[in-house]
Ligand binder design. Structure first.
Ligand code: PFF
Length: 457
């Protein structure tokens, strides 16, 4: 079906190029900011266990599916669905995948702005002030400051896309990612050695069934989608650039190990420190999106060389976030180009308008617009919830249905077997056919029911 397009689209120099590009998209604020706060809030070791199980089963099946279908059809998500039919359901499946990155990008840039602010302040040496409890709330309470930093991050993202210098950024991040791991290991060791931190290590690593609720599963599933950049069309697109001789099974495992190791390291940096500084106070564990920004400065302040650590840490996080936001923006631009037939300039302008519009609402949702509540949530929580807990389960379900009922499990199997033995094929088929659709429907219903207060979890 796609030999022609396939060779034309092949863009990755080989296996390493592909793994690095996917890792650049996968490793970002999801690992460093989102994973620790969800783990702290939804059950510590229980959350970690559920996350690992989902990642090895579902996550694995989804990465393989999206990559194989992308490579098979030589198309992004919308084209890949259309390759199997023109009915409304195929259009819906493709578009829901493509719309998710458009809704994530704006709030991703809000957070990217917070990271830049912290980087700037560490460069100015405000290490002690930033360790104060009220520092973060003071900052996000300021409409002017948060908006300016949001715009700086958004402009940086769009500039990279416009000037086509992704390759340059990727080259830098090749050095930055290992550096991030080294620094994270040092900080995690330090954090675990703080007085009182051991309780935190235990809370994060040892599953306790008392801490289990259905929300643990809902949150872990959403986090898995988010962190691995799945159920949002990205891997279809990356797969469409992939050469036939790259072993999809092996690269999937490598990406999962890499992404999860960084998330666990971030958890070990942050959660033990929360215990050390608050004595395991449930309010501190429930801090949500502010957790990293409140806890990490306390760790750095107590370290002795905190200013240097702060500068390096936030610089590395900035790069990790930038490579992810570039991949979100790039996908959105190419959706407009491919599906609406717009030129690159028009597509980039449209992406920027959505980004600045929704991103401003999210950014100001903490200050000037904090009266706006949707389903009882502020803008950032709302966009995060709608994409991760509602749209991603639906889009993952669409991919499962497409494969099982239209493309056929064998199509994916054959594609994977072009370059690997596909040792886990039986397991893969079982997940796609039975487990994934049932779980996805249960999760979707429970997360919606939870928001509307029909069930208490
Ligand atoms: N996986 C990224 C993270 O964990 O921060 C978020 C993300 C980036 C999702 C790019 C999707 C994407 F296309």
């Amino acid at each position: 079906m796609s030999n022609k397009t396939d060779t034309k689209r092949s863009n990755f120099s080989g296996k390493l190029g592909y793994v690095l590009a996917v890792a650049g998209s996968a490793v970002g604020l999801g690992n460093i900011w989102r994973f620790p706060y969800l783990a702290a809030k939804y059950g510590g070791g229980m959350f970690l266990l559920v996350y690992l199980i989902l990642m090895l089963t579902f996550g694995y099946a989804m990465i393989v599916s999206e990559t194989a279908l992308g490579r098979r059809t030589g198309r992004g998500p919308i084209g890949a669905f259309r390759a199997f039919g023109n009915k409304l359901r195929y259009k819906f499946g493709g578009w829901i995948n493509a719309i998710i990155p458009m809704l994530i990008l704006p709030y991703y840039c809000t957070l990217g702005g917070w990271v830049i602010k912290y980087l700037v302040e560490y460069c100015k040496g405000s290490t002690a002030a930033m360790a104060e409890d009220t520092y973060f709330t003071g900052f996000i309470g300021s409409a002017a400051q948060t908006e300016i930093y949001f715009l700086i991050f958004a402009v940086a993202t769009v500039a990279v896309v416009i000037f086509g210098v992704q390759k340059g950024v990727e080259r830098v991040s090749k050095i930055m990612m290992p550096a991030l791991i080294v620094l994270a290991v040092i900080v995690a060791i330090y954090s675990m050695s703080l007085p009182g931190a051991f309780e935190g290590v235990k809370y994060f690593l040892v599953p306790n069934f008392k801490n289990f609720s259905i929300m643990t599963v809902v949150a872990a599933l959403g986090q898995m989608f988010y962190s691995l950049s799945i159920a949002m069309g990205i891997l279809y697109t990356y797969g469409s650039y992939l050469k036939r001789d790259v072993d999809i099974e092996k690269t999937t495992t490598q990406i999962e190990i890499f992404d999860t190791s960084i998330a666990i390291l971030a958890g070990l940096m942050i959660i033990p420190a929360v215990f050390a500084f608050s004595g395991g106070n449930p309010d501190a564990l429930n801090a949500g999106p502010s957790l990293m920004f409140v806890t990490i400065p306390k760790v750095f302040e107590s370290m002795g060389f905190g200013t240097a650590a702060g500068i390096v840490f936030f610089l590395l996080v900035f790069f990790a976030a930038l490579t992810s936001s570039i991949s979100l923006a790039e996908t959105t631009v190419s959706t407009f180009q491919d599906e609406l037939g717009w030129g690159r300039v028009k597509s980039t302008i449209a992406t920027t308008v959505i980004l600045v519009g929704l991103g401003t609402v999210t950014t100001l949702g903490f200050n000037a617009l904090d009266f706006i509540k949707i389903l009882g949530m502020g803008a950032l929580d709302f966009f995060d919830f709608v994409t991760n807990s509602v749209m991603m389960p639906i889009s993952a379900l669409c991919t499962c249905l497409l494969i099982v009922y239209s493309a056929g499990l064998k199509t994916v199997g054959d594609e994977v077997k072009l370059s690997s033995k596909f040792k886990r094929e039986k397991l893969y088929n079982f997940f796609m056919k039975y487990l994934a659709p049932i779980c996805m429907i249960i999760i979707l219903l429970s997360s919606v029911a939870n928001v509307f207060g029909w069930i208490k979890m």
